[in-house]
Design a protein around this ligand. Sequence first.
Ligand code: CTP
Length: 402
Amino acid sequence: MRIVLGVTGGIAAYKAAILLRLLTEAGHRVRVVPTRTALEFVGRPTWEALSGEPATPEVFDDVTGVTHVALGQQADLVVVAPATADLLARAAAGIADDLLTTTLLVARCPVLLAPAMHTQMWQHPATVANVATLRLRGVHVLEPAVGRLTGADSGAGRLPEPEEIAAAALALLRPGRQDLAGRRVVVSAGGTREPLDPVRFLGNRSSGRQGIALAAAAAQRGAAVTLVAANVALPVGPGVDVVPVETAEQLRDAVQAAAAQADAVVMAAAVADFRPVAPAVAKIKKQPGVAVHRLDLVETPDILAGLVTHRARAGQVVVGFAAETGDADGDVLAHGRAKARRKGADLLVVNAVGEGLGFGTAHNDVVILDAAGDEVAHAAGSKDDVAHAVWDAVAPLLAPAG
Ligand code: CTP
């Protein structure tokens, strides 16, 4: 595979030489594209000798080869290590004033950036915003390591070790399973908000993390993915169409519209069961002498039930989630089994929520049940692992592709 290794002007540039070695030893053809300032730290002969390829920062060095376009077009992966605050800013803004930034603008392959800079620069709102922009566009930005910086001080901003960057880079090159190629799937994520008045809402603690992981995993496995995202603030990976919504009703409309063409629908969103009967048009004021306020709530549509009873397409697989806490009537699994039978979804993913579990956390532990309440799989690990376990359970249920 062809890798472009961008090196920018930071003291950690010398570590990129080790990274270069690791990537070439893994059997890849690596073209180093240093910036002009990177060459102040490590010279051209080092890059050219180690890679066996020219290493220039300039667009005008090989005009006949149209390198400023060709490198990005031909690359299977672009890695920038170290990526300075300046490079992050130029990449986020789409500036193309040297060979590395023109390559980044042209490349449609995975891009991995390994930032390294002083802690204050890393934490500056400008850098934070640039990293958020890049991640929203699907660029993989590693977190810098914490430790000794250029001077005597230490903090967040160190370049991760070359072995770690190489592992992340090689993982992006590994072709995954494509068992959802040609399939169209819909995932709902996040938590709905039901307005009380123009400034307040009834909401829940769902971050959308598990739904985003489901969308990303399906996209990796080749599916065309629509993510109906209720109040999600987290970045969404590449290859996912996002439909932002706020309320349960908007979520239902968006899910139903997307489900018309879908082979599978996964309802990972935490949907409000009730909403205020009529949101106030003006801000609700405190009333002197009134300590108890009543809210009249009305049930929201049960979207999952609607999907199960009116399948948009024959053979469409419908998956529900059940966030449960145990209580006097039964434990998490007992409630899950009862819900699986009641809801009739093809699969119900049951997870325990509560203190430090489920919502907002990076890890999850779920049991996947079928419509009869029988266990199909148990998955524990990162939300990505759980996402893949869900698609592993969905894939065999899909109608033959046609
Ligand atoms: N769900 C839905 N529409 C609703 C409420 C929930 O589609 N109005 C979906 C959720 O996205 C989830 C599943 O139903 O996939 C189960 O949600 P949950 O809140 O656990 O179920 P409820 O039916 O609300 O059950 P209960 O409140 O009795 O636990």
